[in-house]
Every structure is written in C-alpha cells, then in structure tokens.
Design a binder for this molecule. Structure first.
Ligand code: NDP
Length: 290
C-alpha cells in the first residue's frame, strides 16, 4: 500500500479561502473585522518565524493583527498588564501568546490572565478543563489539535471506536489532541518519555499522532498497515546544502511509513499550515460571538 499524502497546505488553503470570504461578507454587512493580538517575548528564532507567518496570514485573510514584541528580560508584571489591557480592547477578539516564554516567566499564570473568550489558542485553564470534560464546551479548541482532527477527518470522518495512539502529552499539543480524539469516541492511548514498549503500543493504532520533537522517532515497523499517521514534529536537522544550514524534518520516518500507512501528513506542509488556519478560524469565531 502506498499512503495517501494528506496535503495540509492545500486543505488549509481551502479553509483560509472560506474564512476570508466570511470576513469580506462581515465587512460588507458593516460588522467589525476580527482582530488578533500576538505577543512575542525574546529572540527564539522558530517563535519569530511562527509569529511572522501568523501575522502574514492575518493580513492575507483581512484580519487585523496587533503585534506586541518584547525583549527577553521583560517582566511578568508588564506582560500581565498588557494581557489585561488586551482583554478590555474591543478591537481585539483573540489573544495569542507565542510559546515557549523565557524561563523566568510564569507561563501558566500569564495564560490564566487571558479572558477565556479571547483565548483563541484554547490554552486557558478554563478552556483546557472544559475540553477534558465530555459534557463541557470550551470557548476554543487549541489550534494544533483542532487541525490534527480536521486532517484525520479528511481521510476518515467518523473515528468512533478507532484506536488512537498519541505520542506526547504537552499542554498545547499531545494532551489536548488525546482529549479531542477521545471526545470523538476514539479509544486513546497517550504515550510519553517514560512509556515502555512504545513500538508495540504504536502498532495498535488505527491513528498515530507523533508530537514529540524527535526527528524520525517513529519507524515504519511501529505502524499498523492501513493506519493514519499524523506527524506534528518540527525538527531542525543540520544540512549544509540548505542555505538556512538546516532542513525541517518530522517525528516519523515518512518515506518508509508511506509504504504501509493508509495516509500520512508530510513535514513541512501537513499539520503546520492547519495550525495557522485554525487560529484564523478561532479568531473569526471570537469576532462572530461578540
Ligand atoms: P514538548 O517538548 O512540550 O513535548 C514533547 C512530548 O514528547 C512530551 O510529552 C515528552 O514526554 C514526549 N517525549 C519526549 N521524548 C519521547 C520519547 N523518546 N518517546 C515518547 N515520548 C517522548 O513538545 P510540544 O508538544 O510542544 O511539540 C512537539 C513537537 O511538535 C515539536 O517538534 C514541536 O516543534 C512541534 N509542534 C508543531 C506544531 C505545528 O503546528 N506543526 C505546533 C506545536 C508544536 P514527557 O512528557 O514525559 O516529557
């Protein structure tokens, strides 16, 4: 079997076209344009690229972006003050704090200051708590997990009863992805750095989501024939032939897994574009609700 390549770039492109059309329709109707405030602290190069891409996509889709960039040594108090001001700003419908923050800052405390109704990253403890309860309705689902589910459902719309293995349990990717798949009635196993027999557990998965940050960790022999494989990893692999000095790889052995899986996302061009599209969707949703 040669796997279907799940083209996240194309799927995200279609979604972004719909979002742009909805925004145009809103502005013709005299309704406010959605506004997204982004907060970047420090000089982490990948974070700078992610924020740049998010702001560029806002511009493409007609979303107002309000960019706040701070030096590494910014205090907790200054950032909390900004978040509280953004909560009160009627032009700002969504607030995104780019993670990770520098280590001297209390990330959990800062995220907790965001109004959950503007928490377009779905990471506020209230939204995270609501996601974990089947009867709960979070204001927002975190963007990467929402994108992962969207991509899976382009292959298999109904995942009820399927075995899903999620490798990684971070607050922004692994854990909410597992919760989201569980809410859609998959039978979910969460794996992490202390998991024993990871290959054996993976082989049970009708769906395998790799969100680790370790290049090519997941091998073809770990994948059940016919499984759907979602590769979330973004790893910089040194490459002197590339002008950047590195190229991007995922967490899976893509070429080998292609031979056995039913479908797989590429890196780049899989989950990454969907994360941004979902952020735009959440920002539009926030504006519609107000
Ligand atoms: P974290 O470092 O926060 O979490 C990594 C997770 O992987 C942890 O739960 C860790 O376990 C687990 N882990 C580490 N080593 C192993 C191992 N050998 N076997 C099994 N599990 C292991 O990373 P993130 O969740 O933030 O991101 C994961 C990857 O996804 C990164 O490459 C990141 O760049 C990428 N990413 C991509 C996005 C996109 O839009 N495409 C968006 C966000 C992230 P433990 O909990 O025990 O430490």
């Amino acid at each position: 079997m040669t796997a279907q390549i799940i083209d996240g770039k194309q799927i995200a492109g279609t979604l972004k076209d719909k979002i742009a059309a909805a925004i145009t329709e809103r502005s013709h109707a005299g309704l406010p344009v959605p506004g997204l405030a982004t907060v970047l602290v420090g000089n982490d190069p990948p974070s700078q690229i992610y924020i740049k891409n998010k702001i560029r996509t806002c511009q493409e889709l007609g979303i107002h972006s309000f960019s706040h960039t701070f030096p590494e040594e910014t205090t907790q108090a200054a950032l909390e003050e900004l978040v509280l001001a953004l909560n009160d700003d009627p032009l700002v419908h969504g607030i995104l704090i780019q993670l990770p923050l520098p280590p001297h800052l209390d990330t959990f405390r800062l995220l907790s200051r965001i109004n959950p109704q503007k928490d377009v990253d779905g990471i506020h403890p209230i939204n995270a708590g609501l996601l974990s309860r089947k009867e709960g309705t979070p204001w927002f689902i975190p963007c990467t997990p929402a994108g992962i589910l969207y991509l899976i459902q382009t292959v298999t719309p109904d995942i009820s009863g399927l075995e899903a293995v999620v490798i990684g349990r971070s607050a922004i990717v692994g854990m909410p992805t597992a919760q989201l798949l569980c809410r859609h009635d998959a039978t979910v196993t969460i794996c992490h750095s202390k998991t024993r027999q990871l290959p054996d557990i993976c082989r049970r998965g009708d769906i395998v989501v790799a969100a680790v940050g370790k290049s090519h960790l997941v091998k073809a022999a770990w994948i059940k024939p016919g499984a759907i494989v979602i590769d979330v990893g973004i790893n910089r692999t040194p490459d002197l032939a590339d002008p950047r000095g590195y190229h991007i790889t995922g967490d899976t052995d893509f070429e080998a897994i292609r031979q056995t899986a039913k479908a797989i996302t590429p890196v780049p061009g899989g989950v990454g574009p969907m994360t941004i599209a979902m952020l735009m969707q959440n920002t539009l949703t926030a504006a519609i609700r107000i």
